[in-house]
Design a protein around this ligand. Structure first.
Ligand SMILES: Cc1cc2nc3c(=O)[nH]c(=O)nc-3n(C[C@H](O)[C@H](O)[C@H](O)COP(=O)(O)OP(=O)(O)OC[C@H]3O[C@@H](n4cnc5c(N)ncnc54)[C@H](O)[C@@H]3O)c2cc1C
Length: 374
C-alpha cells in the first residue's frame, strides 16, 4: 500500500517531533521510570495526541491510518511515550464511539491538549484474557451505581484524570451484563505500581475502586454494552500495537545496518558476512510485510468495513516478528547490544510487551479463527 502525500507529510512531522522530544529523553526515562509528561505535551502541542478525531472534539480530523503512523514513529524512538498516548486514544475511542455529545465535549478537547489524561480499565487480577469474567460490580442505586472492584495493569493510572472502567452491572448476563462508565479522579485509588522489565517509563498500576458512587450520566452507551465498547476500542488498540512493532523494527533495522557496516572483526566489517546479511534481509522482509498488514487494517477500519480479523492478523504478525528480530538485532550488536546505553538493548526489553497487551498472541489467534471459521 502506497501512502498518500498527506500521510507521508504527517510521518515527516511526527518523525521530527520524535527525534527532538522523545529520543533524547528515552534512555533516561527508561532508567529512572520517569513518566513521559514532557513528551506527551510535545505530542499534544503538535496535534498528534488525538489526531484521528474531528476538530470539534480537539482532534486534527485525521483517520486510523494517521493514528497508526503516529504510533509507529513514536515507538521508533520511545515505546513508553507511544503507549502513554496510545492509551489516551483507547479511552478516547470509548467516548468518541459511544459517548453522548455532552460527554464528548466534556472530555475530548481537553484530552487532545493533554489537560486530561485517560485510562482504559478492563483487566483484573482474575480476568485477563477472559476479560468478561470480571468481578468488579456496580449496584444500581437509582441515580448512580455503587462500584467496587480491582483493576490491574492499568496504563497511566497514577497520572490519570479519569478511567473508563468496565463493570458488571448485571452479573447473571455475563459479557452482556458489563457496563462502561467513566470514573473521575478520587473514585479510584492506585494500590500498586508495577516494576516492569521494559517500557519502564510507561506508568502501569493496580487500581482499587471502593464504594465509588458513579452517576448514571457517566455511563457510556447503554448499560450492558460495555463489552462491545471495550472490543471496539481494542480494535484500534491492536492496530496501534502492530504499528508500534513496525516502528521498533524500523529502528532496529537502522541500528543493525549501521553497526554491521562499522564494526570490524577478522579485518573486515561484520556486515560483509552472509550470516549477518541474512539476519538483516529477513528483518527488512518481515518489516515490510508487517507494515503492509498494519496499514491495510487501518485503511479497512477507515473505510467503515469490518476489520477485526485484519487488526488481529496485523497485531499477531507484527509483534511476533518484532520480538524475533529484536533478538537478532542484539545478536548483531554482540556484547554491546546486551549493555546500556545501546538502543537495541532497551528495545529488546520494551518490545516484549507487544504480544501481551491489547490481547495476547493466543487471543489474536482465537479472534482470527473464530471470525474465519464461523
Ligand atoms: C505493561 C502492561 C500494560 C497494560 N495496560 C493495560 C491497560 O491499560 N488496561 C487494561 O485493561 N489492561 C492492560 N494490561 C493487561 C493486559 O491486557 C493483560 O495482561 C493481557 O490481556 C493478558 O492477561 P493476563 O496477564 O491476565 O494473562 P492470562 O490471561 O492469565 O494469560 C496467561 C497466558 O495464558 C494464555 N491463555 C489464556 N487463555 C488462553 C486460551 N483460552 N487459549 C490459549 N492460551 C490462553 C495467554 O495468551 C497467556 O499466554 C496491561 C498489561 C501490561 C503488562
Amino acid at each position: 500500500m502506497i501512502l498518500s502525500e498527506e500521510h507521508e507529510l504527517l510521518r515527516e512531522a511526527v518523525r521530527e517531533i520524535a527525534l527532538k522530544e522523545l529520543a533524547p529523553r528515552a534512555e533516561d526515562a527508561d532508567h529512572n521510570m520517569t513518566f513521559p509528561a514532557a513528551q506527551l505535551k510535545a505530542l499534544a502541542a503538535s496535534g498528534m495526541l488525538m489526531i484521528k478525531y474531528p476538530e470539534k472534539y480537539g482532534g486534527a480530523g485525521g483517520d486510523n491510518l494517521a493514528s497508526a503512523i503516529v504510533a509507529e514513529e513514536t515507538a521508533r524512538e520511545c515505546l513508553s511515550s507511544s503507549t502513554t498516548s496510545l492509551v489516551q486514544m483507547l479511552s478516547g475511542d470509548c467516548i468518541f464511539l459511544y459517548g453522548t455529545e455532552e460527554q464528548k465535549m466534556k472530555y475530548m478537547p481537553k484530552m487532545a491538549t493533554g489537560e486530561l489524561l485517560g485510562c482504559f480499565a478492563l483487566t483484573e487480577p482474575g480476568a485477563g484474557s477472559d476479560a468478561s469474567n470480571m468481578s468488579t460490580v456496580g449496584v444500581d442505586k437509582g441515580d448512580h451505581y455503587l462500584v467496587n472492584g480491582t483493576k490491574t495493569f492499568i496504563t497511566n493510572a497514577e497520572y490519570g484524570d479519569f478511567i473508563v472502567a468496565f463493570v458488571k452491572t448485571n452479573p447473571e448476563r455475563g459479557a452482556r451484563g458489563v457496563t462502561a462508565m467513566i470514573l473521575e479522579k478520587g473514585q479510584f485509588q492506585v494500590s500498586k505500581h508495577e516494576d516492569k522489565m521494559g517500557m519502564r517509563a510507561s506508568n502501569t498500576c493496580e487500581v482499587v475502586i471502593k464504594d465509588a458512587k458513579v452517576p448514571k450520566e457517566n455511563v457510556l452507551g447503554k448499560p450492558g454494552l460495555g463489552f462491545i465498547i471495550a472490543m471496539s476500542a481494542l480494535n484500534g488498540g491492536r492496530i496501534g500495537a502492530a504499528a508500534q512493532a513496525v516502528g521498533m523494527m524500523q529502528a532496529m533495522l537502522d541500528e543493525s545496518i549501521a553497526y554491521a557496516k562499522q564494526r570490524e572483526q577478522f579485518g573486515k566489517p561484520i556486515g560483509s558476512n552472509q550470516a549477518i546479511q541474512w539476519m538483516i534481509a529477513d528483518m527488512a522482509k518481515d518489516l515490510n510485510a508487517a507494515r503492509q498488514l498494519t496499514y491495510h487494517a487501518a485503511a479497512l477500519t477507515d473505510s467503515g468495513k469490518p476489520s477485526s480479523t485484519e487488526a488481529s492478523m496485523a497485531k499477531l504478525f507484527a509483534t511476533e516478528v518484532g520480538i524475533k528480530h529484536a533478538s537478532n538485532a542484539v545478536q548483531i550488536h554482540g556484547g554491546y547490544g546486551y549493555c546500556k546505553p545501546s538502543k537495541v538493548e532497551r528495545m529488546y526489553r520494551d518490545i516484549r510487551i507487544l504480544t501481551i497487551y491489547e490481547g495476547t498472541s493466543e487471543v489474536q489467534r482465537m479472534v482470527i479463527s473464530n471470525n474465519i471459521m464461523k
